[in-house]
Design a protein around this ligand. Sequence first.
Ligand code: NAD
Length: 432
Amino acid sequence: MKVTVIGSGYVGLVTGVCLSDIGHEVKIFDINQHKIKMLESGQVPFYEPGLEKILKRNVKKNNLFFTSQERFAFADTDIVFIAVGTPPGLDGEADLTYVFRAVQNASSYMKENSIIIVKSTVPAGTTEKLNSLCKKLVPNKNLTVASNPEFLREGSAVKDFYKPDRIVIGANNDVIHEKIKSLYALIETEYCLTTPESAEMIKYASNALLAVKISFINEVALLCEEVGADVEEVALGVGKDKRIGSSFLRAGIGYGGSCFPKDTEALIYLASQYNKEMKIVQAAKEVNDRQINWMLDHINQSATQIEHAKIAVLGLAFKPETDDIRESPALRVIDYLLQRKAEVQVFDPKAMPNTKNQYGTTLSYHETVEAAVENTDIVLVLTEWEVIIKHLPAAINSMISKPVIIDGRNCLERIKLNSDIRLVQVGKASEE
Ligand code: NAD
């Protein structure tokens, strides 16, 4: 099929590139010309393992194109995916400006009987509003808008495209369901064929439940510290129950990223529009907002004085295997440290350019774990990158004056550190 994807961000680019790889002719359209130029020269504008190779392969095969030209993008296409951002608005509601603008724009060029598929995360009811918009703007074209929410995870997005847990398609009739399903014919998975409203809710309910699991174990972790239990042991034991499962039971400094914080807020806002309360999701959000205090409290307990203390921040991305720092807990820690006039030495294998764009020279950037921890009083582990887990123990063991390590991701093994090193971890009895 001839497919156009609007938006070349984490979702749009992965979707477009992988759809071209399974045999479709794909055009990726973005209003950001800088991104389009980078893509045309074979460069992926962000870090996503495996993506660049597939992109180059399909550009070479002549079935993948990048463009900022609307006519070229939309005039000759069967299917248009919407993969633009839906950032949080002032009251936490999803800001749908980009989605509506994208549909308005595309619909004026699209040919009759084609389909618009919303991949962006949008509140229940949006797909139907977009259907009405198309009927109003181009009444004679018989365009259909359907929902196909995205569940990929940054860092394993390519793998998630080829092996998703499920593909959710929300449409008002089976012909559209089947047409969209046929786009993914080569992907073996379970299909959930639903109404647009159910598809939209599946996405929000999934993200909210994952956020709830994280906040739940984080709350349990804080109690573990009080009662002398070890949250790792507790999570392992709890997760063995098949009804519960072990994923998303890692205690730490809380979730971040461009999805969980904004999608939980948007769900709470959506409920409020119907005079309903999402009490559990609200609690998960509140627990997450305060979870960072665990880290800030331990920094205060570990330093005689924060002003001019040298503090290493290891890990800036909101999770490993991505360069995305949107809503990363690391940024809240850095803001606190800068406000308290600490000297902050940072390291991240992929997210330093994005961090530099935001913080400039207020931080000192280091290319290795060893350089970042040199002469520091405190070392903070904020993202569980493999390179940090591998290099940090030896780097600290070899230092003469040894900093305290506060491991906000519970990723270090005590046994790999010399016994005179103080290691603080979430949900574990403190070492004095
Ligand atoms: P992103 O910010 O990385 O990318 C959005 C892109 O859309 C940008 O390149 C921007 O220039 C482009 N854009 C905006 N308006 C446009 C327009 N009118 N025409 C053409 N291009 C336009 O966003 P993202 O992280 O890829 O997320 C996109 C959507 O997918 C969001 O709704 C998000 O909630 C959802 N989602 C994201 C993830 C994730 O892990 N990032 C996972 C699942 C779902």
